[in-house]
Design a protein around this ligand. Structure first.
Ligand SMILES: [Zn+2]
Length: 395
């Protein structure tokens, strides 16, 4: 199976078009919309997530229809071309969005074969000769009960939900497929300045510094990246942003962890600093990058910020009581993904857990924010689009 063609996204489209039990091509979607709901799905670098929302009294019927996708999908050839076109129009739509364009250019620089570099969406060209057998093979290879996570969110009694789960999802075959793992460092080390320039559609002027990170989700109890992100992204006196503003180099700055486009991978992640530049900052973007790195250097020299951990912990405790956690299909989708990454008992409140200080983990992640593990992306009108391959280019 081609891994870089968007075929897993195409499969996501084809999967919902009828099953042995409910062969109507629109059955699943029609059932949901007739019962006040909708269905959707997304495909990330390392997983696909299917979700729906529906009126409570139609929940069991919707579960039945969803589960059939993983038991006996038809992959009707009649709709193959229509769905290639649907995938291609998603691509065309994304090509109009500056953040997607930048992401796509950046991920071509990932280590070859790493999912961080996947062309997840697909196009008419990349999917030109894909056939039904290929979809069936892919479904057989990756869609196995032991690699699935399920979240049901509803008002029905737990006993009913358990009964439905056993009845409808129980027949999904467990093929004991292995869990896929990927190397943490998706950026190959590079001693010189790795710079990509992009000309945007909108009037933007930004510099993004991205660093490849090892797995960090296991550190949810000490949140080293939240600490690092909020220190670098701080906007008050003595902050990196206040210095950049003072020198008329930037107007805003954000910093934090990230991962594959929508979620976060259990095997690898990224950290990025995004700076909105002034015209002077654009001219002096190398200096802006150096100031960011020297701020990181200062954090490295400083003691572990225990006071900051306690502050974030206090804010998280308040948020756990008052913050909106989301609802419906969107919330179920988030929880289902978290089940693949966190222990079951913490998935509903992982963002609020500040269980212990861990200065070792904090220092370990700070140590990855360095120039040879960095990809810089400069976005501004009038820039010549290019990726610096020049081995003598230095910061
Ligand atoms: Zn799609």
């Amino acid at each position: 199976m081609r891994d870089f063609s968007g075929s897993h996204h195409y499969l996501e489209h084809m999967l919902i078009l009828g099953t042995d039990k409910y062969p109507g091509v629109d059955d699943y979607g029609t059932y949901l919309s007739e019962n006040g709901g909708y269905n959707n799905a997304y495909t990330d670098a390392d997983h696909t997530n299917y979700y729906f929302e529906v009126n409570h009294d139609a929940f069991a019927g919707a579960i039945d229809r969803l589960s059939q996708l993983f038991i006996a999908p038809l992959f009707t050839q009649d709709y193959a071309e229509r769905e290639v076109n649907a995938v291609n129009s998603e691509l065309q739509k994304n090509l109009e969005q500056d953040n997607w364009r930048a992401w796509r250019v950046q991920n071509t620089l990932a280590r070859p074969g790493h999912p961080a570099g996947r062309f997840t969406i697909g196009s008419s060209e990349s999917l030109a000769d894909i056939d039904r057998q290929e979809l069936l093979d892919f479904h057989d290879r990756y869609y196995s009960a032991n690699q699935m996570q399920l979240c049901l969110l509803g008002t029905a009694p737990l006993d009913s939900m358990e009964t439905w789960t056993r009845r409808y999802f129980g027949p999904i075959e467990n093929k004991n497929r292995p869990t896929l793992h990927f190397p943490a460092d998706y950026l190959p080390p590079k001693q010189t300045f790795r710079l990509t320039q992009i000309e945007p559609i909108k009037q933007l002027r930004t510099l993004e510094l991205e660093f490849s990170l090892p797995a960090f989700l296991d550190h949810y109890g000490s949140k080293p990246l939240s600490l690092i992100g909020s220190l670098i992204g701080h906007e008050g006196k003595g902050s990196l942003l206040s210095l950049l503003k003072e020198e008329d180099l930037a107007t805003a700055l954000g910093a934090g962890r990230g991962g594959p486009m929508f979620g976060l991978s259990p095997d690898y992640g990224k950290f990025s600093i995004t700076v909105d530049l002034t015209p002077k900052g654009l001219e002096e973007y190398r200096r802006v990058a150096r100031l960011c790195l020297s701020y990181i250097g200062m954090l490295r020299q400083s003691p572990y910020p225990a006071y900051h951990f306690q502050e974030e912990k206090a804010v998280a405790a308040l948020n756990e009581i008052y913050a909106d956690r989301g609802e419906g299909g969107g919330y179920a989708r988030t929880l289902a993904w978290r089940l693949s990454a966190y222990p079951m008992e913490v998935v509903e409140r992982v963002q609020f857990i500040y269980a212990r200080e861990d200065s070792g983990a904090y220092r370990e992640f700070l140590s990855h924010l360095r120039p040879d593990n960095m990809m810089a992306t400069l976005v501004a009108k009038g820039l010549e689009a290019h990726t610096c391959k020049n081995e003598s280019c230095i910061l």
